[in-house]
Design a protein around this ligand. Structure first.
Ligand code: UTP
Length: 233
């Protein structure tokens, strides 16, 4: 069975506790799991508010990251609850435990692992460790752009790019103060060395992920060496 790792932004899954997409995502993930082994790495979303609260108390950045990690794990726990028996019941806190959880054949859901990165990096490392066939990054923008499309109206989307081009773009962007790249640098580096194909798409509507996986139809960016549409699954 082929394996998919999904990096699911917290702002997509749980924009707020009142407006969450937990039930609709659970239904999508169950359908994906009928055909694939599925691992999900959930982001923080509201983590920003907790981090802001702790920062105002003068807490150091590494401890703020620890606060963020706890929120990602809490969101992961909510998704496990929404998935019911389809999910492995525990949220793994490291990659080895995630691999062991995967042996159950159930959907594995985890959050952050270590300070200094985001859950995109966790998903990239997990994809590398388990030899995933596809890494999907579901985020709030429809792909990877030449610059931040939320700020720059002339930003153009990449249909495809190589992992080397992604690394170059992310490295360049980070030198500009206030820039907000869609993929973090650690994730870009791991994608480059693992050669795991990645797609980046706007994920507010979970049916877009099913369309991408089952029919290869999506608006977004493929990051891979020498692979063009349709998807490599
Ligand atoms: P996210 O992965 O959600 O960050 O982790 P993000 O990409 O900025 O937010 P969304 O979800 O896509 O909107 C939330 C915070 O948790 C900490 C970081 O502080 C991060 O900003 N974190 C997360 C870690 O320190 N390490 C991890 O492995 C994961």
């Amino acid at each position: 069975m082929k394996t998919i790792v999904l990096s699911l932004g917290g702002s997509i899954l749980v924009p707020s506790l009142e407006t969450n997409a937990l039930a609709s995502y659970a239904a999508t993930l169950v359908r994906l799991a009928e055909r694939f082994q599925v691992y999900v790495v959930v982001g923080g979303g509201e983590a920003r508010r907790y981090i802001g609260c702790a920062r105002a108390l003068g807490v150091d950045e590494a401890t703020l990251d620890e606060v963020g990690i706890l929120v990602t794990r809490l969101n992961a726990r909510l998704l496990v609850a929404a998935l019911g028996r389809a999910a492995y019941p525990r949220v793994p806190e490291n990659y080895t435990d995630a691999r062991v959880a995967g042996l159950s054949g159930r959907i594995v859901v985890m959050g952050g692992v270590t300070p200094g990165q985001t859950t995109d990096a966790v998903a990239a490392v997990l994809a590398e460790e388990i030899g995933a066939d596809l890494l999907i990054n579901a985020t709030s923008v429809p792909g990877i752009f030449t610059s931040d499309p939320k700020r720059d109206p002339t930003a153009r989307r990449y249909e495809t790019m190589t992992p080397g081009e992604l690394l170059e773009l992310v490295g360049r962007e980070r030198m500009n103060a206030g820039s907000n790249t869609v993929i973090d640098l650690v994730a870009a580096k791991v994608v480059e060395r693992s050669r795991c194909p990645m797609i980046v798409l706007e994920g507010r509507d979970p049916s877009r992920i099913e369309d991408a996986v089952f029919s290869g139809r999506f608006i977004g960016t493929i990051v891979a060496d020498g692979i063009d549409r349709p998807l490599p699954l």
